[in-house]
Design a protein around this ligand. Structure first.
Ligand SMILES: O=C(CO)[C@H](O)[C@H](O)COP(=O)(O)O
Length: 232
């Protein structure tokens, strides 16, 4: 079974949680794309839902699949967000942002009563940090922001190379919000909630990919089947 089959299986399990009338957060990435496609099939069969997309790519996918869209200005809370992740630890803390949509993803997840993270088993890790941590920054004053990030890393016992993410054309990758992303290669993050809070305090950092206390359920698809992990 391919990795993509596993992603689709995890997405299919999450689609079972969707009920008529729900307001949904729609994640970004290849796993979330499966969810949007499967949701679209249920919509065509008569399910009534509205979704808030977490990226322009997901907006296009949802429109193509016939999923009605709304915004967080038009609705108050969302019932459920379903999104992928780059890493998931046993406390259901996440690294997200490999696809560059972390800012909208976090806004949408925080506005949701429940977040289900869907992934293949390879995303399950004992501790976060092997996947480079995406940090979304304002291009202005980048040198100062980098130095402040380095200082926060040192205070939190981590260090590693920091790369400005590049697009395929070799220029800086620009997020849907018009910002840049620094990918920080930290190896292992001993205390992710503490690091997340410290990064939030840096001027010039718009958001980072540590999702702390947001995911309630993880649906992990592996060759042996599906494992569902609930937040303790
Ligand atoms: O955070 C994300 C996008 O910003 C994605 O959810 C994450 O990168 C996982 O992607 P995929 O499902 O393609 O493995």
């Amino acid at each position: 079974m391919s990795m993509d089959d596993l992603k689709r299986q995890a997405a299919a399990r999450a689609v079972e949680q969707v009920r008529d009338g729900m307001k949904l957060g729609l994640g970004t990435g290849s796993t979330a794309k499966h969810f949007v496609e499967l949701l679209g099939e249920r919509v065509k069969a008569g399910l009534k839902v509205v979704g808030v997309p977490t990226s322009e790519a997901t907006r296009a996918d949802a429109e193509r699949c016939g999923v009605l869209l709304t915004t967080l200005d038009e609705v108050d809370r969302l019932d459920l967000t379903v999104d992928g992740a780059d890493e998931i630890d046993p406390n259901l803390e996440l690294i997200k942002g490999g696809g560059g949509a972390l800012l909208r993803e976090k806004i949408v997840a925080a506005a949701s009563d429940r977040m289900i993270v869907i992934a293949d088993e390879s995303k399950w890790v004992p501790a976060l940090g092997r996947f480079p941590l995406p940090i979304e920054v304002i291009p202005f004053g980048l040198g100062a922001t980098r130095r402040a990030i380095e200082a926060v890393f040192a205070e939190n016992g981590v260090s590693g190379q920091m790369d400005v993410r590049k697009a395929k054309d070799g220029h800086a990758f620009v997020t849907d919000g018009g910002h840049w992303i620094i990918d920080a290669h930290l190896g292992r993050i001993p205390d992710s909630p503490r690091l997340a809070a410290a990064l939030n305090s840096i001027p010039g950092v718009v958001e980072h990919g540590l999702f702390i206390g947001l995911a309630r359920t993880a649906v992990l698809a592996g060759p042996q089947g599906i494992r569902v992990v609930e937040r303790r």
